[in-house]
Design a protein around this ligand. Structure first.
Ligand code: DON
Length: 578
């Protein structure tokens, strides 16, 4: 098979950034003509604009969008969870990564998650108090506001407080998710008080009001960090966890701190990609995959060749994820090696252009069947500030546990640790020592909020989807590099490989039948939606990619909301406040 290679030298990129003008000869615009926001719920996107119009910047808008998502998407993220926020401060020309990942409580040792036979106790790992890490999202809101925003939290949290108190209409994804998690949710009195307030589970179209969550948000708005991590809210969180047999301490809550980290950067075909460092695995994997693929002119390849090479890059990146990645505050993650172009060249050399490389045979656990959890938003403001935020409670409705009186649904992020070495988690990914739990340690994540920057274009993107986040961001980034617009990037068909299980999973119709046949002839296993590895029917589609783009050549803004999610919204406003 002849494969088109291109001779791009990455170093040329720096020169290009220093000197380039747009392709048509016009100088790229220095400031966007307005603002753009894409998020998984229209109420959150609109709240972001409300705050921009009140004089806020992209970081204030991020607080509004993040907090409204926390209210209207309890299925996906919330004050009881965590998130990553990649920021670009236009005035300083600085990118920074805010790590608000949950941390492990000291009591949550690996041994606490084993059953009597020494097997991983999946119920403990995913449901109830032991599943939950110490939340990071409220601290992120405070940090974003105090360090980067222009408005007080009282202003930026106002839309979330209003919507929590007055309610929002239940949509199908939420009611369906509730039905899927009902048994767990209804174990806990605090959760029943919120979701069964009117006597039955949330129904499409009815208003879901969360007065206790509104009061918790008000305490956060009034008192900042101490309004959540100390005082009334903290006391109720501790009591609610203890009542269900969990063990959190007041010191662990009060000691939570977000981390500011240096984002990961690499070059790809004239773009600078700025993305998530550990404890995300996404940025390193993205750097590996894109640098493996860089010499090939993917647009010139047949769909089969392109898919084969992309899958081989995915396979190799996910193998490294398994062994090397974890919280950099606890383990030595070889970031420089793994993200280095020379390392990618080594991986590339091991790819046979005509044949699938079999993954080593380990556990064949399936990838997850649900993709409704976790959420992403993308923002560009009129000054050129940017935010890519991905936040989560992990699986549908997290642990299911709302400590009474708080309205705060706790995450089940502990399952993202390698609670038992070599045993796959809910996403079928596994790990060893680097991602073993330890007191105060952050569990490895796949969340990959990302910027793509070229002389003529700037894009912000990300998505939920567990381990598939990484490959969706890869396909989206390759889509931008191919010249697609934001909406086309959000709509791109998806395929995924994560080393183990050794199979390509695809969305319904993502690959043409002849491409699937050709890939199978090369030795790939291709799982179409009806053929999930465990015999269950997997999702027809996955992900919820939200992206915005500033075309500096034409000085226009564009948004892309994933068409798979009917309540999402991308909006561009020409004269949003500076
Ligand atoms: O941080 C992670 O990688 C996961 N907790 C994200 C979970 C997720 O995206 C679920 N959505 N499908």
């Amino acid at each position: 098979m002849r494969i088109a290679m291109r001779g791009v030298v990455a170093a040329v990129l720096c020169l290009a950034f220093a000197t380039a003008s747009a392709a048509d000869g016009r100088a790229p615009a220095k400031r966007p003509p307005g603002a753009a926001i894409a998020s998984a719920h229209a109420l959150a996107t609109d709240a972001g604009f409300e705050v921009l119009r009140a004089g806020g910047n992209a970081f204030d808008a991020a607080v509004a969008v993040s907090s409204v998502l926390s209210v209207v998407e309890p299925i996906s993220s919330g004050l009881g969870g965590g998130g990553f926020y990649l920021l670009h401060d236009a005035r300083k020309g600085r990118d920074v990564f805010i790590d608000a990942r949950e941390t492990a409580p000291a009591a949550a040792t690996a041994a606490s998650y084993l059953d009597a036979k020494g097997a991983l106790d999946r119920d403990r790992a995913t449901n109830g108090p032991w599943a939950a890490g110490i939340p990071g999202l409220p601290a992120a809101l405070v940090h974003l506001s105090r360090r980067y925003g222009k408005l007080p939290l009282k202003a930026t949290l106002a839309p979330a407080i209003r919507i929590a108190r007055d309610g929002f209409p239940v949509y199908t994804r939420l009611s369906r998710g509730y039905a899927a998690r009902r048994e767990v949710m209804e174990r806990f009195p605090g959760t029943r008080a919120v979701f069964l307030a009117d006597g039955d589970p949330p129904q499409d179209g009815e208003l879901l009001k969360q007065p206790e969550l509104a009061a918790t948000l008000e305490r956060l708005a009034a008192n900042g960090f101490d309004g959540f991590y100390r005082g009334v809210t903290a006391e109720r969180l501790l009591a609610g966890v203890a009542a269900e047999g969990g063990k959190w301490t007041a010191q662990e809550l009060a000691g939570y701190a977000v981390r500011e980290r240096e984002p990961l950067r690499f070059a790809y075909d004239g773009w600078e990609v700025v993305t998530a460092p550990p404890p995300s695995s996404g940025g390193i994997a993205l750097a590996q995959m894109m640098q493996v693929l860089a010499p090939w002119d993917l647009a010139k390849l047949s769909p089969t060749q392109r898919t084969h090479l992309t899958v081989e890059a995915m396979r190799r990146a996910f193998r490294d994820r398994t062994f090397y990645l974890g919280d950099p505050d606890f383990v030595d993650v070889p970031v420089e090696t793994l993200a280095h172009p020379a390392y990618a060249a080594g991986l590339r050399a091991s790819i046979n252009p005509d044949k699938a490389t079999p993954s080593e045979l380990l556990s064949g656990a399936p990838t997850p069947l649900e993709d409704e959890d976790t959420t992403h938003f993308s923002i560009i403001d009129a000054d050129g500030n940017r935010v890519a935020g991905t936040q989560t409670v992990n699986l549908l409705f997290g642990s299911g546990l709302i400590p009474p009186g708080t309205g705060v649904l706790l995450n089940n992020e502990m399952d993202d640790f390698a609670l038992k070495a070599g045993t796959p988690n809910a996403f079928g990914v596994m790990g060893y020592d680097a991602n073993a739990p330890a007191p105060g340690k952050r569990m490895l994540s796949s969340m990959t909020p990302t910027f793509m920057v070229s002389p003529g274009r700037v894009a912000v993107l990300g998505t939920p989807g567990g381990s598939r986040i990484i490959t969706m961001v890869l396909l989206g980034a390759l889509g931008y590099a191919d010249g697609l617009d934001a909406q086309a990037v959000a709509a791109l068909p998806r395929f995924h490989h994560q080393w183990q299980p050794d199979a390509i999973s695809i969305e319904r119709g993502a690959l043409a039948p002849d491409v699937i046949a050709a890939l199978r002839a090369m030795g790939h296993t291709v799982n179409e939606p009806k053929e999930a590895a465990n015999g269950q029917r997997s999702s027809d589609t996955w992900g919820n990619l939200q992206t915005v783009e500033w075309d500096r050549a034409t000085n226009t803004l564009h948004g892309g909301a994933d068409p798979r999610n009917p309540v999402g919204k991308a909006r561009v406003e020409a004269r949003a406040a500076r």
